[in-house]
Design a protein around this ligand. Structure first.
Ligand SMILES: Nc1nc(=O)c2c([nH]1)NC[C@@H]1CN(c3ccc(C(=O)N[C@@H](CCC(=O)O)C(=O)O)cc3)CN21
Ligand SMILES: CC(C)C(=O)C(=O)O
Ligand SMILES: [Mg+2]
Length: 276
């Protein structure tokens, strides 16, 4: 648990060649565990919709759901920079609407920065948010909120035109004032070129080892989410099987009368004994 990193320090880390570590969290207990680690940034991701709320995509996630889940994360991680995704539909109507919704996220939940998906087309909105005093993290490559337009959860930037567009997207976001950019699911070499072309840090997910930082969904890292496991996921623990085994043991022991034992049960004062 180190001191909370500032936004300027994120840029400073890139200059010093130090890697930024980011992980998602959506509730108080996980936020506390992350806060005890050396991880610099928590993302309250809209992946919330898929890994916690059971939707099939991130599109249905609402502003109220993001705020609801950001609050306990803020309470649990006082020493970690907390960024939250603006959900689909809360920043694609107008700049004014984007500022109004981002204001709510910052004021009601206490997060410090927002993340929005999109490159060149979103740059004017990013500029408007930054000018309104709201720190913004960009997100390019596979942008799950618009995955339908991309043909699904697919690797992006595989053709020369698409790669060039992604580089331009990154430069546009930097020029618009983003303090950092998530690059999701792009080939290693392209992510490296984008990273060396920017002065702000890139944070990769499925974007290879040359980004300035990395991010993973915490349920993926812990092996809890098994509806799909993207290639870029490394399971650092098999928590899902451990939970399954524990639930099985509990169910069996209750059925067999093994749990609760005397050590989990309450007695009475001596004078009451015999009465009950
Ligand atoms: N649990 C979870 N982890 C995530 O990283 C994540 C979410 N949910 N929900 C929101 C988005 C969706 N993401 C995804 C989901 C699937 C793939 C996936 O299966 N990709 C294929 C690539 C296919 C290709 O070759 O183009 C893969 O095999 O990894 C990638 C990113 C990333 N985000
Ligand atoms: C996967 C990360 C970058 C994200 O946007 C999310 O968790 O919603
Ligand atoms: Mg997201």
């Amino acid at each position: 648990m180190a001191k909370k990193i500032t936004l300027p320090q994120c840029k400073e880390m890139k200059k010093q060649g130090k890697r930024l570590r980011m992980i998602t969290a959506y509730d108080y207990p996980f936020a506390r565990l992350v806060d005890e680690s050396e991880i610099e940034i928590i993302l309250v991701g809209d992946s919330l919709g898929m890994v916690v709320l059971g939707y099939d995509s991130t599109v249905p996630v609402t502003l109220d759901e993001m705020i609801h889940h950001s609050k306990p994360v803020v309470r649990g991680a006082p020493n970690t920079l907390i960024v939250a995704d603006m959900p689909f539909g809360t920043y694609n109507v107008s700049k004014e609407d984007a500022i109004r919704n981002a204001n709510r996220m910052l004021k009601e939940s206490g997060i410090e920065a927002v993340k929005v998906e999109g490159g060149t087309r979103m740059a004017p909105t990013v500029r408007a948010l930054v000018d309104a005093g709201i720190p913004v993290m960009g997100h390019i490559g596979l942008t799950p909120q618009t995955a339908a337009q991309l043909g699904g959860f697919k690797v992006q930037g595989k053709t020369e035109d698409a790669a060039q567009q992604l580089l331009e997207d990154a430069l546009a976001l930097e020029a618009a004032g983003a303090f950092s950019i998530v690059i999701e699911c792009v080939p290693v070499g392209l992510a490296r070129t984008i990273t060396t072309s920017l002065s702000i840090p890139t944070i990769g997910i499925g974007a290879g080892p040359y980004c300035d930082g990395q991010v993973l969904v915490i349920q993926d890292l812990l092996g809890i989410y098994d509806r799909f496991v993207p290639k870029f996921v490394k399971q650092y623990a098999q928590t899902g099987p451990a939970i399954r085994a524990a639930l099985g043991d509990y169910a069996r022991e209750v059925a067999d009368g093994v749990f609760p034992g005397p050590e989990h049960s309450f007695g009475m004062d001596d004078e009451m004994k015999g009465l009950y």
